[in-house]
Design a binder for this molecule. Sequence first.
Ligand code: SF4
Ligand code: SF4
Length: 349
Amino acid sequence: MKKLKDFEKEINKCSKCGLCQSSCPVYHATGNECAVSKGKFVMLSGVLKGDLKLSDKINSYLDLCLNCDKCSKFCPAGINVCEILQTAKYEYISNKKFFKIIKLFHCALEKFINLANRISEPFRVKSLQSKRAILYFKGCANKIYPRTENSLKKLLNKAGIELVDADFSCCGLPFFSSGDLEKYEEVKARNTELINASTSEHILTDCASCESTLKGYGTINKKFVNAETLIAELGLKFKFKKKQKITFHRPCHIEDTDFLEKILQACENVEFIEIPESCCGLAGEFIFKKPRIAAMLMKKRASEIKNSGADIVLTSCPACVIGLKTALFGTKIKIMNMLDFLSNAEIIK
Ligand code: SF4
Ligand code: SF4
């Protein structure tokens, strides 16, 4: 496992250009320079020089982050921001007594998800057997409640594509973002082994956060394909009985949304309204650690969606579904996973 000092060169690459500020949702909401990667690197550079020590205060600034990785995408120096921040976090918290509690919680969470996966087995749609088979990374949300998995299988059964399951662990994002890098490395090793051993050329995901985390491993030898991109390329048509006024919430972790245009063209009776990009405010444990800022982000997102006049907001990340449901609580606006929405239509091949 890497140490903070292994990233010294990387941290020194930061030119303090400030471009990351334009992309950081937490900086936008708070105006706090310590929220964005530039400010965090100033602190961590001080730690590496010995001028500062990792402390509760610095740890609290490290927590001021959604792990959305938007700043890395903007950074002209190409710095892998989240890996550095979580390494610093691990270095600080791994010697603390409460780290044992975090680890116990993660073990309990894993056991609960595996149990839920077994209990929900009879409620899962069966994938048809086909020569066109693809390895499927079933995220934790589907293990607990297989609604989106069932929608995906319904759509792919129609197109004659089989989903091949494997006994994957959680992608590791919840462990990574809380600084439990030991657990993250454990699940990364297991998932890498299972994925790389498969004969499938591709690995299919239906969660933007899982896909981004798996890509972040840097160890997978398969091509990634997200469920919406695959659906968009299959040439299916979706006929809705009643007119649907929809918008789309782009999850922070999604790489591209090129599928959207193709899917919209394949839908009959759908009116699409565009909304600006912004975070739903949930971001895993961020909502518990920084509830005031999470509430600010949710309020902003809710007003953007309400102003659009859409009746349904679609997205492609189960965590965003929860974030949007929280943000839009008490309104009549429906929040749905894109795959669930499409599977409700009459599907024409
Ligand atoms: S965009 Fe990159 S180089 Fe510029 S201030 Fe932010 S982290 Fe530093
Ligand atoms: S990962 Fe997201 S929230 Fe964290 S510093 Fe970068 S842009 Fe801001």
